[in-house]
Design a protein around this ligand. Structure first.
Ligand SMILES: [Zn+2]
Length: 295
């Protein structure tokens, strides 16, 4: 069966073909496929502010793991971002997560199967494009697509799933300790490429919710920081420095990495960590980027 034109997901065969082409890529080529699977960044171009909204709090964008494939020869030219994650069923681990309720592996797998589609829907809605100028190949526009397939081996992120059901506290549980591990809060721990997701969160695609919880967490899985104004954790938005040297500060807004009033990835700045990773991959292949615009 053919792929729908609005489904950017590569078939395994297409993916294998691109990986093979990347293995043959030559330095400075303008129709090559370049690939890097592993750790990218940090760019140092994203700076989180203190709650005052003006002073840096020491948090910058984190490095992140992904397979990035740049296809210069395709039509359209494309950047594929693949983030592979593994499910770890922690719904019975009441020692670590006291409020969790047991689900079988089968049930957890049925529920988490909704996550890749939810992330694709949110992150490919725009879609993002990178207009890149370099001294060798001139100006070219690359369509960016995101995918986050579940795997059982060779994962970029290992995600623990809990099942904390407590409607009174938005399914954060009785141990809603906010920063701590006991609550039903979902988060990514960039330093260990791991995370914890609550299957019972009413914003989760796994719970039939309005499905933006995993899309927000995916933003962290590509290195982005929280934008919301959060006095308790001394966070006051994020300042982004674009490739042309301009910068902008975003705090307490409705966007996906803020208070999530918008459930799809829309602002140019959300493609910035990927853009800097692409510039680095070009550099590793002998191509110097002189201009870059997220469109
Ligand atoms: Zn967050």
């Amino acid at each position: 069966m053919g792929k729908s034109s609005n489904d950017p997901t590569l078939t395994p065969k297409e993916l294998t073909g691109l990986r093979d082409e990347a293995a043959d890529a030559t330095e400075g080529c303008c129709t090559c496929v370049f690939r890097k699977d592993g750790t990218h960044g940090p760019s140092g171009k994203l700076t989180q502010m203190r709650a005052d909204g003006t002073t840096p709090n020491g948090q910058t964008d984190t490095n992140f793991k992904a397979e990035i494939i740049i296809n210069q020869g395709g039509s359209p030219k494309a950047v594929h971002v693949l983030t592979r994650w593994k499910m770890i069923n922690k719904t019975s681990d009441t020692t670590r997560y006291p409020d969790t309720t047991t689900l079988t592996d089968d049930v957890v797998n049925q529920r988490v199967a909704k996550i890749p589609g939810s992330i694709r829907k949110s992150w490919n809605a725009r879609p993002y494009k990178l207009k890149i100028t370099d001294s060798k190949c001139g100006e070219n526009t690359f369509k960016v697509d995101f995918d986050a397939p579940q795997v059982t081996a060779s994962s970029h992120y290992d995600l623990e799933f809990v099942n904390v059901i407590d409607a009174a506290t938005n399914n954060m549980g009785a141990n809603n300790d906010y920063q701590g591990i006991k609550s039903g809060r979902s988060y990514i721990l960039p330093s260990s490429f791991s995370g914890k997701f609550n299957l019972a969160d009413n914003r989760s695609a796994t719970n039939g919710g309005d499905t933006h919880l995993e899309a927000h967490e995916y933003g962290h899985m590509i290195g982005l920081k929280d934008e919301y104004h959060d006095v308790g954790l001394d966070r006051g938005g994020v300042q982004y420095e674009f490739f042309d040297g301009t910068s902008s500060l975003h705090a307490s807004n409705t966007d996906l990495m803020g208070t999530m009033g918008t459930t799809t990835a829309q602002p140019e700045r959300y493609c910035l960590t990927i853009a800097y990773a692409v510039v680095a991959i070009f550099a590793q292949n002998g191509i110097t980027v002189t201009g870059l615009e997220i469109v």
